[in-house]
Design a protein around this ligand. Structure first.
Ligand code: OFO
Length: 163
């Protein structure tokens, strides 16, 4: 079973993962309509992964005898100033998710809930990977000149191969 504090913070994390999925979906659509088809596919896939992250917590709450709350769906950013800005925002979002996960683990420790702490360790590893990938995408913007038409084409190809 879950203590109330852990159940609440898990429901909050589930919502954060669900929101992350929708944010990536909007980014993927923006990339798609601006011609970055390969990177769009990459972020459609990210959106699906975040949906899985959400479901995994959602089911865990239920499995542990808690009440999983279906999250509301807020508005997300639909327009972006540039190709690069998409990944600047993606990295900021991933850093915020990592910080939220750290709070869940701190709560588990405060409540002596080692089972949930163990469950959340999967997310710690996942975030390490996702932050690294977002940083790599921004590195590619520095390495490849994205202002030239050819640069954009190369960026679209290379970013989609990350991870
Ligand atoms: Fe990258 O947000 Fe899930 O964990």
């Amino acid at each position: 079973s879950l203590v109330e504090g852990v159940e609440n913070i898990l429901n909050l994390q589930a919502k954060i993962e669900s929101d992350a999925s929708n944010k990536y979906l909007a980014m993927a659509a923006w990339l798609d309509r601006n011609g970055f088809a390969n990177t769009a596919s990459y972020l459609y896939k990210q959106a699906e992964e975040e949906r899985e992250h959400f479901l995994k917590i959602f089911k865990y709450i239920t499995d542990m005898g808690g009440i999983a709350i279906t999250p509301s769906v807020p508005e997300v950013q639909q327009e972006f100033a540039s190709f690069r800005e998409v990944f600047e925002i993606a990295l900021q979002n991933e850093i915020a998710v990592t910080q939220a996960i750290n709070k869940v683990i701190a709560k588990c420790r405060a409540e002596n809930d080692y089972a949930t702490e163990d469950f959340m360790m999967w997310y710690v590893a996942e975030q390490r990977e996702e932050e690294k990938n977002a940083r790599r995408a921004l590195e590619l913007f520095d390495l490849i000149n994205g202002n030239e038409a050819d640069g954009k084409f190369q960026l679209d190809l290379q970013i989609s191969k990350i991870g």
